[in-house]
Design a protein around this ligand. Sequence first.
Ligand SMILES: Cc1cc2nc3c(=O)[nH]c(=O)nc-3n(C[C@H](O)[C@H](O)[C@H](O)COP(=O)(O)O)c2cc1C
Length: 405
Amino acid sequence: MRYLKDKNIVLGVSGGIAAYKSAELLRLIKKQEAKARVIMTANAASFIGPLTFEALSGNPVCTCLFEKGGNASIRHIEWAKEADAVVVAPATANIIGKIACGIADDALSTFLLAVTCPVLICPSMNTNMYEKISVLRNIDILKKDGYLIVEPDAGELACGTTGQGRLPEPEDIIERLISSLTPKDFKGKRILVTAGPTREHFDPVRYISNPSSGKMGYAVAKAAEQRGADVLLISGPTNLKPPANVETITTGSAKDMAAAVFDHVKDADIIIKAAAVSDYRPEEAAKQKIKKGKEETPVVLKKCEDILLKLGKNKESRILVGFAAETENLEENAKEKLVKKNLDMIVANLLDGKSSGFGTDTNRVVFFYRNGDKEQLPLMDKDMVAHVLLDRILEIGTRNLNERG
Ligand SMILES: Cc1cc2nc3c(=O)[nH]c(=O)nc-3n(C[C@H](O)[C@H](O)[C@H](O)COP(=O)(O)O)c2cc1C
C-alpha cells in the first residue's frame, strides 16, 4: 500500500551530520509515490549537495530565499500552500530554536512559518547539545505549538560519543510521516493487541514453540496507533522493534502472556489476539538442562489456559477479535472457534508457507463474522491487512452501538 501516494511532501534539511541520511529518507518518500520537494539550509549544503536531492526528488531544490528565475520569490509561500506534510530531518538545534522563536531568516525557516499542514521535526545532534536546557525547552515549545517531534534514537553518534541524539532510521521516520497523514478514527479507543509466539520450556534451554514472527500483530498495533488508538501490545519473543508510541510488554510462556492480558483486560475497548499461543506445555520443566542419555524421554504435555476462551466468557461490551491459522478445513475450524470463543470476528488464514502466514510480510486472510458473513481478502501486505481489519472493527463498533439503541 502506498500511504503517501500523490501527497505533496516537503523535506527540510538543515546542517547536521545526519544530512546524508535524508537522501535515503527522500528515496523512501519517492518510493511511496509521493511528490517530493526539498528545501535546504545553506549550512546543509556543506554536508550534502543539492544535486543529490534534485536527482532523487525530480524537482529543483530550494536553497535560497532570494533565488532568481521562475516564481522563486514566492516559492516558500507556494510550496507551503501545496504541502500535505513537511518533515525536517535532520533538524539542527539551530533550526529548532528558530522555529520555536518564529524566526524567518532563510528559505527553510521562512517556509516553515508559512505552512499549515502537519510538520514533523526530527532533532539530531550531539547528546550534550540535545540535553541542553535551551534545546529541550525549544523542543517543548514546538510540541506545545503542535509540531510532531520524532524523538532521536540513542546510540553511537558520529562525533564519537554515545547517547541520545541520533537521527532515527529513515524507515521509522516514514512511519511517523504516514501517521501524521492518517485520519485519527480510533482516537479515544483503547486497544490490546497480542502478537508473536509463546515458549513452553521443558528445561532451561529448550522449549516448544512455533514459527510466528509477530509481524501481523505488530502491524495491527502500529496501524491502530497511527489511527489514534491508545495501544498496548503484549508480545511473545520476537525480533521486531516495538512500534513507536505503543506500550509493549514482552512475555515468554502462554502462562506469562495470559497473566499480562488479564492484568490489562479491564482497560481495553477492543482486544485483537494475533499471538500464536501454545495449546500445550510440558507438564514439568526440568530445573537443569536434560542430558542426553536414554533413547526415549517421554514428555507429558498439559493443556495451557485458553486465553481467548476466557476473554470471550467475560467479553462485556468489548470487541473481541481472534486469529486462526489452519493447515486444513479453514472455514469449518475458524467458524467453530468464532462461536466457541464468543468472538465478534475471526481472521483466518491457511498456512501455505510461502506468501501467507508465519514470518511473511504478506498475508491472504478470510474474515468470518458473528452474523455468518465471510470476506476473502486478496494477498496483501500485513500492514494493509491490519488497516482493513481496523476498518471492519469500526463497522462492528457502529453496528453494536446501533443495536444497543
Ligand atoms: C561537522 C559538523 C557537524 C555538525 N553536526 C550537527 C548536528 O548533527 N546537529 C546540529 O544541531 N548541529 C550540528 N552542527 C552545527 C550546525 O551545522 C550549526 O549549528 C549550523 O549553524 C546549523 O545551521 P542550519 O540550522 O541553518 O542548517 C555541526 C557542525 C559541524 C561543523
